[in-house]
Design a protein around this ligand. Structure first.
Ligand code: UDX
Length: 440
């Protein structure tokens, strides 16, 4: 099939590359000439495992190409994916200007039937707005051309996006006419292994499904974080509680890990946007409001522990930070707990030596030229002259460090673990003073 993907961000590029990989002819459009140049030169503008290989393979095979030419892009695909950003407005609602601009361009240049697929995470009702924008452009040029608008939200985890696209657990499609349903069936046939993964529904339900999924997962995390904080007070261990409840199939094992708060481009934004949408329709989402508040508080939990141990005035103190990205396998720093932790350490007069396998450039971009923040190229180097080690992201390379060396290098053998990576008993034996989240 001929497919156009508008937007070469993380969702657009992964979708475009994976769709090319199963044999489609995919053209990716972006208004950002810089991004297109990187792609044309054989690079990718983001860090995502496995993506570069897929992009290169499909470019070489002639199935994947890139352009800034809007007219050409609209002419190319029978299916037009909209995968542009929906950044939060100041009030937390999703900014639809890029989605609607893409829709208008399609209306302006289309010359025959098109299926327009919303892949961006958009508030319920956006499908209707996209439809209206296209219809308006068509009527401006008195063109009476058929088109369908489909909602097909993505459930791609950063760091595992290629795998998630290639082996989805479900493919949610909101489509309301047979022609569009048939196109989507054909498009996703190569991904239908083992069992039927397509879940067809109306457009609004599909739009809400995306928010429901992320809100549910964010809720689990905030709830576990809250239980972890309580466990500490009660002298219980959240890790044992997790094992005790995860085996109930109604609860399940995933997303039950207490930590120093969730971040990233999706959970915080989608939780805010859903609260806002509900507000606009006269519903107060009490549970989700609490989920958000709890997460904001959780990003301060490590600071609270540091202050309890070292006092509020941290001037002259230095902290080693392992991990900056909001989660492993990405350089994404959006809403990362590390940002709050660094800012709070600075506010109390401390300096920071940070290590992250891939997110240091991104951090440098955010904090600029900052004398209080130094970057090191090996985890152990961060510990020299540091009063304590703070772990913020659970990168695999931190799983089994040399604890004797950690103890030897630190000024004081204190470890704050925001991701519960280690066994408190092992820590005790290593002579490290261990502060986990909700651990006994
Ligand atoms: C998420 C959804 O998982 C994905 O389906 C959706 O399309 C986009 O949003 P992503 O933001 O890439 O993906 O990251 P995810 O792996 O879901 O983690 C989100 C945050 O939750 C991270 O900050 C992570 O550290 C945190 N988390 C996750 C926990 O604190 N505890 C857990 O048990 C799981």
């Amino acid at each position: 099939m001929k497919i156009t993907v508008v937007g070469t961000g993380y969702v657009g590029l992964v979708s475009g590359a994976c769709l090319a990989d199963v044999g489609n002819d995919v053209l990716c459009l972006d208004v950002d000439a810089g991004k297109i140049r990187i792609l044309e030169e054989g690079g990718i503008p983001i860090h995502e495992p496995g993506l570069l290989e897929i992009v290169r393979r499909n470019v070489a095979a002639g199935r994947l190409s890139f352009t800034t030419d809007i007219e050409r892009a609209v002419a190319h695909g029978a299916v037009q994916f909209i995968a542009v950003g929906t950044p939060p407005d100041e009030d937390g609602s999703a900014d639809l200007q890029y989605v609607l601009a893409a829709a208008r361009n399609i209306g302006r240049y289309m010359d025959g039937y098109r299926v327009i697929v919303d892949k961006s995470t958009v508030p319920v009702g956006t499908g209707d707005k996209v439809k209206a924008a296209i219809a308006e452009e068509l009527s401006k040029r008195s063109a009476d051309l058929p088109f369908s608008v489909v909602s097909n939200p993505e459930f791609l985890k950063e760091g595992a996006a290629v795998e998630d696209f290639m082996r989805p657990d479900r493919i949610v499609v909101g489509a309301e006419d047979e022609r569009a349903i048939e196109s989507m069936r054909q498009l996703y046939a190569p991904f239908q292994r083992n069992h039927d993964k397509l879940v067809f529904m109306d457009v609004r339900s599909a739009e809400l499904t995306k928010y429901a999924a992320n809100a549910m997962l964010a809720t689990r995390i905030s709830f576990m974080n809250e239980l972890a904080n309580l466990a500490e007070t009660l002298g219980a261990d959240i890790e044992l509680v997790r094992q005790g409840i995860g085996s109930d199939p109604r609860i399940g094992w995933h997303f039950l890990y207490a930590g120093c708060g969730y971040g990233g481009s999706c959970f915080p934004k989608d939780v805010k946007a859903l609260i806002k949408t509900a507000d606009e329709h006269g519903h107060k989402l009490k549970v989700l409001g609490a989920v958000e508040d709890a997460n904001e508080a959780q990003k301060h939990v490590l600071i609270d522990k540091i202050v309890a141990r070292f006092g509020d005035d941290l001037s002259g103190r230095r902290f080693a930070l392992w991990g900056l990205a909001f989660k492993p396998n990405t350089d994404d720093m959006r809403e990362a707990p590390s940002r709050v932790i660094i800012a709070e350490l600075f506010r109390r007069g401390a300096t920071v030596a940070a290590y992250d396998p891939v997110a240091m450039d991104e951090t440098r971009r955010i904090f600029g030229d900052e004398a209080r923040l130094s970057y090191v190229d090996r985890p152990m180097k961060a510990l020299e002259e540091a009063d304590a080690l703070v772990i913020v992201t659970e990168w695999k390379e931190f799983r089994s460090p040399d604890f004797d060396r950690i103890r030897g290098l630190l000024r004081q053998p204190v470890l704050f673990d925001g991701r519960n990576m280690y066994d408190p008993a092992v820590m005790r034996e290593s002579g490290l003073e261990y502060h986990g989240i909700g651990r006994r």
